[in-house]
Design a protein around this ligand. Structure first.
Ligand SMILES: Cc1cc2nc3c(=O)[nH]c(=O)nc-3n(C[C@H](O)[C@H](O)[C@H](O)COP(=O)(O)O)c2cc1C
Length: 332
């Protein structure tokens, strides 16, 4: 699947509690990336009685661009079982989907304290033995039916070339690198020049592994420049979508969109969420986060965001946005 992608290809980064199927559909309607990742989903939770509560994190619309199931956890047996359920199509069928995932990605980069203290995600950078067990268990579960990729960071406390020697010995289809260490969180600029030796290692040790760069990429043209400067295969953008939902367009119209078009996108997001969620009225807090993306860059945006923050239900939010639109049209 990955080999058919354009070069460079563009990826929407996984962002927990943000890149759910509704937000991904909204972004795809603006300008689709070539690949989407799901939010990260815990395999140990999926193999527990709590499964129904987290399964929705893997939901998607059939219309979405290719979706990679992005998973994390600690127990290799659970990675193996979940990988088998994904590759066989069992998990997609459980979600009522007619088509399958495009691949499976292992989170080996999340720096969140509660996650790291379990020994998962970025803690694996310091534990090659468990990382290897997880990779091999997942490969055994996939049994060659879907590609396996990893998303990681440059190192734990410091940049760790050995970590990349290890990763490039794992027969991965793709490696996405957030160009900071775990210790740096997101507090310093991404270290793009580290791509030079990472690519050299990739070319030497595992030439078929696609290399994707991530960190502080804010526009399509910046992604193209990075790809051409460092010879990488793909570009992954996360927070760039908060500044421009059209970030995957070769020429984004975002700066020229007026208040009606921007509020219209928020209304579209709310309506999609209402259609998708079984409990839309519990989601006002979650949806309020997205208001910052669309409700800005026009007169009255801050006041409208404050009104939206007070809404208790989606319908209340919709009323407040429509009321603002009506008042603004009258005042034009
Ligand atoms: C709100 C939020 C949630 C995130 N959740 C995840 C996650 O679940 N898995 C992961 O690998 N990275 C996660 N990340 C990190 C992003 O995927 C990305 O690596 C990081 O934001 C740097 O890229 P950017 O500068 O383009 O945003 C998250 C980032 C943010 C801001």
């Amino acid at each position: 699947m990955f080999q058919d992608l354009p070069r460079p290809f563009f990826v929407l980064a996984p962002m927990d509690d943000v890149t759910d199927t509704v937000f991904r559909r909204l972004i795809a309607a603006c300008a689709p990336p070539d690949i989407n990742f799901s939010e990260f989903v815990n395999v140990d939770g999926l193999m527990s009685p709590g499964r129904p509560h987290i399964l929705t994190k893997l939901d998607r619309a059939e219309s979405e661009p290719s979706l990679i199931a992005h998973i994390w956890g600690i127990n290799p047996n659970n990675f193996r079982s979940v990988a088998d359920q994904i590759a066989s199509g069992e998990l997609a069928a459980e979600l009522g989907l007619g088509s399958n995932f495009a691949g499976v990605d292992l989170n080996m980069g999340c720096p969140a304290k509660d996650v790291v203290k379990t020994g998962a995600c970025s803690a694996l950078i310091n534990n090659h033995e468990l990382a290897q067990d997880i990779i091999q268990a997942t490969q055994a579960g996939l049994a060659g039916r879907l590609p396996l990729s990893v998303k990681t960071r440059l190192g734990y406390n410091v940049i760790e070339p050995d970590w990349f020697d290890f990763l490039f010995a794992q027969d991965l289809a793709m490696l996405s690198v957030h160009l900071r260490t775990k210790k740096e969180m997101s507090l310093v600029n991404a270290h793009y020049d580290e791509l030079i030796w990472i690519k050299q290692k990739r070319d030497m040790l595992s030439p078929d592994t696609l290399l994707v760069a991530n960190g502080d990429i804010m526009s399509y043209s910046q992604g193209l420049q990075l790809a051409s400067k460092y010879g990488i295969d793909g570009v992954m953008i996360g927070r760039g979508v908060f500044h421009d939902p059209y970030v995957f367009a070769s020429e984004s119209p975002w700066e020229k969109l007026d208040y009606l078009e921007r509020t219209g996108l928020f209304i579209k997001h709310l309506n999609l969420y209402k259609q998708w969620s079984p409990e839309p009225d519990k989601a006002a807090g979650r949806l309020n986060k997205y208001a910052k993306i669309y409700i800005n860059g026009f007169d009255g945006a801050k006041a409208l965001r404050e009104q939206i923050a007070e809404a208790k239900t989606i319908d209340d939010m919709l009323d407040r946005v429509r009321d603002f639109q009506a008042r603004s049209i009258i005042n034009v």
